[in-house]
Ligand binder design. Sequence first.
Ligand SMILES: CC(C)(COP(=O)(O)OP(=O)(O)OC[C@H]1O[C@@H](n2cnc3c(N)ncnc32)[C@H](O)[C@@H]1OP(=O)(O)O)[C@@H](O)C(=O)NCCC(=O)NCCS
Length: 144
Amino acid sequence: MPSPTASVAGAADWPEVAALRTRVFVEEQGVPAEIEQDDADATAVHVLSRDASAQVVATGRLLLDGPVARIGRMAADVAVRGRGHGAAVLAELHRQAAARGAEVVELHAQLPARRFYEREGYTAVGEVYEEAGIAHVTMRRGLP
Ligand SMILES: CC(C)(COP(=O)(O)OP(=O)(O)OC[C@H]1O[C@@H](n2cnc3c(N)ncnc32)[C@H](O)[C@@H]1OP(=O)(O)O)[C@@H](O)C(=O)NCCC(=O)NCCS
């Protein structure tokens, strides 16, 4: 099985990206649907990874509204977790952030996903807090 590769989502991909996010955040994690999608989706750079049948199985978004780029809404379909789709999406988000001049990326990591981000070069900053009813910690890394 080749390693997953991720790419920037086009407008036509949005329904599939949104459906995946709903499955993971709303249905699996219980995040209210009305806060899962927000105004930032309209301007974010969305990245996706597809499986061998071309289904969208992982996604994440990048917000560039200051010197620190923000990554969020990282989600992989439960059926493919642990196969590198999340890492591929994150790597593409880093490429997109660097291409737009960002030097630092920050995200709000759900605590169980903390090791995933540590492996990808992130360090936790500050205390644990609750967001959408889930424990999070802010994490940050530099971009090459
Ligand atoms: C976090 C997430 C996007 C990672 O996607 P993925 O495709 O599974 O990631 P990868 O296959 O590239 O990497 C998986 C590695 O991260 C670790 N990992 C990722 N998420 C984890 C989690 N929630 N709990 C424990 N370990 C996790 C796995 O142990 C795995 O490590 P291993 O390969 O050494 O076993 C995915 O687990 C997910 O969608 N989780 C639910 C939603 C979520 O928590 N999103 C993060 C919001 S901050």
